[in-house]
Design a protein around this ligand. Sequence first.
Ligand SMILES: Nc1nc2c(ncn2[C@@H]2O[C@H](COP(=O)(O)OP(=O)(O)OP(=O)(O)O)[C@@H](O)[C@H]2O)c(=O)[nH]1
Ligand SMILES: [Mg+2]
Length: 172
Amino acid sequence: MKKLFLMGRSEAGKTSLVQALKGEELHYVKTQYTNMEEDTIDTPGEYAESKRFSVGLACFSFEADVVAIVQAADEPYNLFSPCLRTFILRPLIGIITKTDSPYANIPMVRQWMVDAGCERIFLVNNVNREGVEELMEYLKEDLEPVTLEQAKYRQSLGLNEWDPLPAGTGNI
Ligand SMILES: Nc1nc2c(ncn2[C@@H]2O[C@H](COP(=O)(O)OP(=O)(O)OP(=O)(O)O)[C@@H](O)[C@H]2O)c(=O)[nH]1
Ligand SMILES: [Mg+2]
């Protein structure tokens, strides 16, 4: 199972997503500090909303296998800059929550995530769990462990360390 790091503005639905992934009934709990569980790292929205606290996000992200931007489908503005993934040393995915909102604008939020550099984008409704299964499917496979030498080799080819090697390229 990949360990999932969640970041996004307050009320985006991060804690609800953790509950949905665990198969729990949704119950509102304001996240006051970073909650590190076996398969998830849930952060307070305020960390993403403040330039000063956002440094904390970078530190915690190193504990995860995959970093997720969480944005509700009805968010009116974007907190995350284009090409964000260039300074995240983990696969970056986007998770769009509240797809059931009457104010949802999924194409707009999806575009923000594409601009940030998300390699996969998932749509979820935490209330009826629509889309949760597809995310679980993505998370269930572990990332292949690589040695430092293998990571350096992939970097020398211009690849991320978690990218598969192109056919015909020798491994080390
Ligand atoms: N309709 C709908 N409501 C949702 C969904 N996901 C979360 N909510 C509601 O949105 C509110 C905020 O959800 P949280 O999961 O606490 O948000 P958060 O991102 O953890 O917020 P912070 O802890 O403040 O960072 C709660 O009232 C949830 O019930 C969803 O997919 N659809
Ligand atoms: Mg929360």
